[in-house]
Write a protein that binds this ligand. Structure first.
Ligand code: ADP
Ligand code: MG
Length: 330
C-alpha cells in the first residue's frame, strides 16, 4: 500500500504547488471561509494550510489517509462529481512522499491529530485546536529523492504556488485567503484577499480588483451567456488590457480552475480581430454545466477537461465575448 501511494503520488503531486492545490481544495470542500497558507523554501520544507471548515472527527482521521476513501462521492456515478479532487488520492499520496500531520476538530467532538511520514501512519492522538483543520506537510519528496531533483528554484516553486492560490481565490470570492512565505524564520505576506460580499458579479468584481487591480476590474466587461445547457459567466477585459503572457487568464469549469486548450483557443478566437498573436486576452470566465456534459477526471492533476460537446462550448465563448466587445464599441 505504501508503495502504491508513492507511485500514485507521482501523478497527483508533481511539485509543491500541486500539494498546495490539493490541500486548499480540501479546505474549500470543507466549507471554509478563511484559508491561510504558509510555505517555506518554495514549499519544499513546509506547506501548512489552516482552515475554519467543518473539520474531521477523530475517529475519521485514519480514513482520510486511506486510499480512495473520500467523503465526497456516493459511489454511484463517477462522472457526477460536483466538488474538487481526484477522489481520495491526495492525502495518502502526500503522506507517502512527505511528513504529513493533520490536526482537526469537528464541532461537538474533541480535536485530534494524525501523522504519516513516508507512508508510515501513527495512531491518532488528542490535540489542541479550537475549530477547523490544520494540514502540515514537511519535507515533501524526502521519501522519493529522485523527485526532489526535478523541483525548480524556491523562487520558481513559490511563483507556481502563488499562481495556484490566485486561481483558487478567483474561483471562491466569498472565501478569504492569505499566503505567507515563512522561509528563514521570517513571515512575509505574499498574497491576501478578504472575503467578498454581495451578489456574484459584485463579489467577483471585487476579487478581480484584488488580483488584477482596481482599474482592470472597473473596465472589465461582465459576461453572461447561455447555450444548450452551458452557462458562461464572468468578466472579460478590453483588448487594451491584454498581456504578453497568459497570466491574466482565469478559466473555470464547474467552479474548478482549468487550463484547457479548447477554452484558451476559444478565448483567443473571440479577440482574434483585436489582438496580435503575441498578446493574450485577460479574463475570468466560468463555464457551468451538468457534470455529465464534461469529464473533469482526464488526469489526476485535473487541469484538463473533456467536453461532450466542444463545439457548443467554443461557440458560446466566442459569441458571448464578441457580443460584449461589440457592445463596448469593438
Ligand atoms: P478527496 O478530497 O478526494 O476526498 P483527499 O485525500 O484530498 O480526498 O481527502 C480525503 C478526505 O479527508 C476528504 O474526503 C475529507 O473527508 C477529509 N478532509 C481532507 N482535508 C480536509 C479539510 N481541510 N477539512 C475537512 N475534511 C478534510
Ligand atoms: Mg482532496
Amino acid at each position: 500500500e505504501a508503495a502504491i501511494n508513492r507511485i500514485a503520488a507521482g501523478e497527483v503531486v508533481e511539485r509543491p504547488a500541486s500539494a498546495v492545490k490539493e490541500l486548499v481544495e480540501n479546505s474549500i470542500d470543507a466549507g471554509a471561509t478563511r484559508i491561510e497558507i504558509v510555505v517555506a523554501d518554495g514549499g519544499k520544507t513546509l506547506i501548512r494550510v489552516t482552515d475554519d471548515g467543518w473539520g474531521i472527527a477523530a475517529d475519521e482521521l485514519p480514513l482520510a489517509l486511506s486510499r480512495h476513501a473520500t467523503s465526497k462521492i456516493d459511489g454511484s456515478d463517477l462522472l457526477d462529481i460536483h466538488s474538487f479532487g481526484f477522489r481520495g488520492e491526495a492525502l495518502p499520496s502526500l503522506g507517502a512522499v512527505g511528513r504529513l500531520t493533520i490536526t482537526s476538530r469537528r464541532a461537538g467532538s474533541d480535536a485530534a491529530e494524525i501523522r504519516v511520514s513516508g507512508g508510515k501512519i501513527e495512531p491518532v492522538k488528542p490535540a489542541a485546536l479550537s475549530a477547523g483543520t490544520v494540514v502540515e506537510l514537511r519535507d515533501l519528496f524526502f521519501a522519493t529523492p529522485a523527485r526532489l531533483k526535478f523541483l525548480r528554484t524556491d523562487r520558481a516553486e513559490m511563483q507556481a504556488i502563488t499562481d495556484v492560490i490566485k486561481r483558487l481565490a478567483m474561483a471562491e470570492p466569498y472565501v478569504s485567503f492569505a499566503l505567507f512565505d515563512a522561509s528563514n524564520g521570517n513571515r512575509r505576506e505574499i498574497f491576501s484577499a478578504n472575503a467578498e460580499q454581495g451578489e456574484m458579479f459584485d463579489a467577483l468584481n471585487g476579487r478581480l480588483a484584488t488580483i488584477l487591480g482596481r482599474e482592470f476590474a472597473d473596465n472589465a466587461l461582465p459576461i453572461d451567456a447561455e447555450r444548450d445547457g452551458f452557462h458562461l459567466t464572468g468578466y472579460a477585459a478590453l483588448p487594451t488590457y491584454s498581456r504578453g503572457s497568459a497570466v491574466a487568464q482565469f478559466l473555470f469549469v464547474n467552479g474548478r480552475p482549468v487550463r484547457d486548450k479548447l477554452l484558451i483557443g476559444a478565448l483567443r478566437g473571440a479577440y482574434m480581430d483585436f489582438l496580435s498573436r503575441d498578446r493574450h486576452p485577460a479574463a475570468a470566465l466560468f463555464i457551468d454545466c451538468d457534470p455529465n456534459l464534461v469529464d473533469v477526471n482526464v488526469h489526476p492533476a485535473k487541469s484538463e477537461v473533456r467536453f461532450r460537446e466542444p463545439g457548443i462550448v467554443r461557440g458560446l465563448i466566442v459569441s458571448g465575448l464578441r457580443h460584449a466587445l461589440a457592445n463596448a464599441g469593438h
